[in-house]
Design a protein around this ligand. Structure first.
Ligand SMILES: Cc1ncc(COP(=O)(O)O)c(C=O)c1O
Length: 415
């Protein structure tokens, strides 16, 4: 890796480059042809170093892990377990055995709901919030169907944060879990996670944080946050699809039963009785996503070389710039707080977000239009959908300018 940068420029050129001509953008082949990509909240573009790591792991270095007695497999196992250590360190975990690789955040939440959640019973309660992504709602509803637990829903403040004052009043000793988004994928609002942890623990509940939108935008330290479960997906962190992680404290994981059965998760198998491996292997049945794990480690190297604090400040500046510009345009309704992390949701009055997205696409600007897998939040906002611009490492003021030009055209077309 090249020397770390200590500042990112909002300006389009030259910008820091991680050793390449043309600034950060040049690291991302997916951004060729001046494409104005404002959909990183859905999935991030990949830097060449991640693509290269993936290709090497899939090609010259490829072998299985944990089984082979030959050198290539032993090397791959070392790289795979080094990646686990890297993920642990990246989110502030001290023990790499606390990192379970999953297909992504969705699978990680389902894992918790099945394995940890199945011990819950009728009368127990779970607290979610209005702004949750469907992947932090539906697994709990499926658990409710299995066990009879009740789900409570915490309201939001005026400016679109999870209302922790309300949560505090709602929580009772019957609550066994609080499951909140660390950052909303629609509003960009950042949870006061430490306060949420204190409140959950005060009634004996665990706190699960959905960190999908947090890990790409800000430094995360699970120890400092004092949460019990943390989940994220690699593809939003400039890594590949099909891989993500669950972090939980070792004592919690160790008390959890397996949820998928098969190879790699066992200690000893006989037809009479099977015993299981300790965590994390207990929760990683089957051949893992070897190359994706290696590429996730490369993605972490990439963002760490720039620095999460630098990225956070850069994206907040872009959010401010965008919100100010959209406010000046009138007839645009902004959602979420001004200090949103990397995400600006909005509505052009009288124009369906899909039309907004289609016209912007003609202008080479990619935004997301839809319910963002957060239909209860759409109901709360009184809209069917929103338009969402979301930022990443590679965005700059040119992207904001292109968005504003595109929106002016939307307004001209729709009068
Ligand atoms: C806040 C949040 N939670 C969960 C998810 C689900 O992530 P994945 O589809 O990668 O499992 C997303 C993805 O959009 C998200 O933004």
């Amino acid at each position: 890796m090249d020397e770390p940068h200590n500042s990112l420029s909002l300006a389009p050129t030259p910008g820091p480059s991680l050793g390449r001509e043309g600034g950060i953008r040049a690291d991302f082949p997916g951004l060729a042809n001046n494409w104005r990509y404002l959909d990183t909240g859905a999935t991030a573009q990949k830097p060449q170093v991640v693509i290269d790591a993936l290709a090497r792991a899939m090609g010259a270095e490829y072998a299985t892990v944990h089984r082979g007695v030959y050198a290539r497999s032993a090397n791959m196992t070392l790289a795979f377990e080094a990646a686990r250590r890297k993920v642990a360190k990246f989110i502030g975990a001290t023990d790499e055995r606390e990192i379970v690789f999953t297909r992504g955040a969705t699978e990680a939440i389902n894992l918790v709901a099945h394995s940890w959640g199945n011990q819950l019973k009728a009368g127990d309660r779970i607290l979610l919030s209005v702004l949750e992504h469907h992947s932090n709602i539906v697994p709990w509803q499926l658990l409710r169907d299995r066990t009879g637990v009740e789900i409570d829903v915490c309201p939001l403040t005026e400016d679109g944060r999870i209302d922790l004052d309300a949560a505090e009043k709602m929580l009772t000793p019957a609550h066994k879990l609080v499951a909140f988004a660390h950052i909303s994928n629609v509003l960009g609002s950042v949870l006061d996670a430490k306060r949420a942890a204190n409140m959950a623990h005060a009634v004996g509940a665990k706190l699960l944080l959905d960190g999908c939108q947090a890990v790409p935008h800000m430094a995360v330290d699970v120890a400092a946050l004092d949460c019990d479960f943390y989940v994220f997906s690699a593809h939003k962190l400039y890594g590949p699809t099909g891989i993500g992680a669950l972090w939980a404290r070792y004592d919690i994981l160790d008390a959890m039963p397996p949820w998928h059965g098969g190879g790699a998760m066992i200690d000893r198998v006989s037809f009479e009785r099977t015993t299981y491996a300790p965590p994390p292997a207990r929760f990683e049945a089957g051949t893992p996503a070897i190359v994706e794990v290696i590429a996730l480690a490369a993605a972490i190297d990439y963002v760490e070389a720039i620095g999460l604090d630098v990225i956070h400040a850069h994206e907040q500046a872009l959010v401010r710039e965008t919100r100010d510009a959209l406010r000046r345009m009138n007839s645009i309704r902004l959602f979420g707080p001004d200090d949103a992390a990397g995400i600006v949701s909005f509505e052009v009055e009288g124009v369906h977000p899909h039309d907004v997205g289609t016209i912007l696409d003609e202008e080479n600007v990619a935004i997301r239009a839809g319910h963002h897998c957060a239909q209860p939040l759409m109901d709360h906002l009184g809209v069917a959908a929103t338009a969402r611009a979301s930022f990443g490492i590679y965005n700059d003021v040119e992207d904001v300018a292109a968005l504003v030009r595109g929106l002016e055209r939307v307004k001209r077309i729709f009068g």
